[in-house]
Design a protein around this ligand. Structure first.
Ligand code: AMP
Ligand code: ZN
Length: 114
């Protein structure tokens, strides 16, 4: 979608180093990391937020979650675990309206979030 930051990343219009890419999704490190390891996994298809999901997106979302765990393991997060989070719309703290799964690890994270 025009004017979407993450669509510009998936299309290559904004060139960034990706840590994973296939036909459906890609992953890259967050530009403003909130933990020692902080990366995002996003669909190439533009979906603004979780509330916009259709039932037909189920396998795509499963693929995102599964590849996030594979990357987390490769990046050394298996033993101590990590936080996997989708922020959704204003109250959820979402700032980029293109679905993205945050993976944060490498330090103990607090719960509940502030
Ligand atoms: P959210 O606040 O849940 O919408 O998360 C958006 C995330 O995207 C934030 O953690 C930002 O730091 C991150 N971000 C924004 N622009 C970029 C970029 N060009 N490359 C990597 N991460 C980005
Ligand atoms: Zn988009």
């Amino acid at each position: 979608m025009k004017d979407c930051l993450f669509c510009k990343i998936t299309s290559g219009e904004i060139p960034i180093e990706k840590i994973y890419e296939d036909e459906q999704i890609c992953a890259f490190f967050d530009i403003n990391p909130q933990a020692a390891t902080h990366f995002l996994v996003i669909p190439k298809k533009h979906i603004a937020n979780l509330m916009e999901l259709r039932e037909t997106d189920a396998s795509l979302m499963g693929h995102i979650v599964y590849q996030a765990t594979e990357l987390a393991k490769k990046l050394g997060l298996e033993e101590n675990g990590a936080r996997f989070v989708f922020n959704c719309k204003e109250d959820g703290g979402q700032t980029v309206p293109h679905i993205h799964l945050h993976v944060l690890g490498g330090r103990k994270l607090n719960w509940p979030p502030g």
